[in-house]
Write a protein of this length. Structure first.
Length: 87
């Protein structure tokens, strides 16, 4: 599986959104931060899903919305790339 670097525009956009819209910017959230431990709740997850749908024109299937897939920005980016390849 291909690894994506920090220059990935999807990772950059999603990380900026999470840092500015979900968490306090002073928390130092990075792509590998375990989001649930950092305080991710169901409302915040919904905000991320709506952002992904609007920004990338991509709906994440319900079956993919689970702790493993949504636990970090890194994992969500990986999922977005996988779903884009299937389109």
């Amino acid at each position: 599986m291909k690894e994506f670097d920090s220059l990935d525009p999807i990772e950059t956009a999603l990380l900026d959104f999470v840092r500015n819209e979900i968490y306090d910017p002073s928390l130092g959230i990075d792509a590998g931060t375990y989001l649930i431990e950092a305080g991710l709740d169901s409302f915040s997850l919904l905000k991320i899903l709506v952002f992904v749908e609007k920004k990338f024109n991509l709906r994440i299937p319900e079956a993919e919305i689970n702790e493993e897939r949504m636990c970090s920005v890194q994992n969500i980016v990986r999922l977005i790339h996988e779903l884009q390849q299937c389109q």
